[in-house]
Design a protein around this ligand. Structure first.
Ligand code: MG
Length: 128
């Protein structure tokens, strides 16, 4: 029997927590609603942070969001190896985020107010 696997390549978005998400310490500019929107659109979503994995999992549980991955910051390449996606993004606020993103082949999206306005619409299309 011939079976053709239908593979649709989705967008994958990794989020730093502290200084990036509004629930981080310190809080960042990225609202949890944006993460929820990404999930609703079927994007692969997770965290990549200096925080221990258990802490990251607790954050997602508290938010009521099922994360597809939780990794330490220097392990971002593992996420790329694990998931096939059309595009890989890492959202973060620091130079370390930018470094690890480009090192792992992710596009870096800066979590500051000005940049956020530009990439948030890009991420979800012009129509929002
Ligand atoms: Mg940070």
């Amino acid at each position: 029997m011939d079976t053709v696997a239908a593979v649709s390549y989705v967008t994958l978005v990794s989020f730093d927590i502290d200084g990036t998400l509004e629930c981080g310490e310190p809080p960042g500019v990225v609202p949890i609603e944006l993460v929820s929107t990404a999930k609703r659109r079927g994007y692969l979503v997770g965290s990549c942070s200096d925080r221990p994995i258990a802490y990251q999992q607790a954050v997602w549980q508290r938010l009521g969001i099922v994360a597809d991955f939780t990794v330490l910051k220097h392990r971002l390449a593992d996420v790329k190896a694990r998931f096939t996606a059309a595009a890989y993004y890492h959202v973060g606020d620091s130079d370390a985020d930018a470094f690890y993103a480009s090192d792992a082949g992710f596009r870096f999206l800066k979590a500051d107010a000005a940049a956020y306005r530009a990439w948030a619409s890009e991420l979800f299309g012009a129509s929002g």
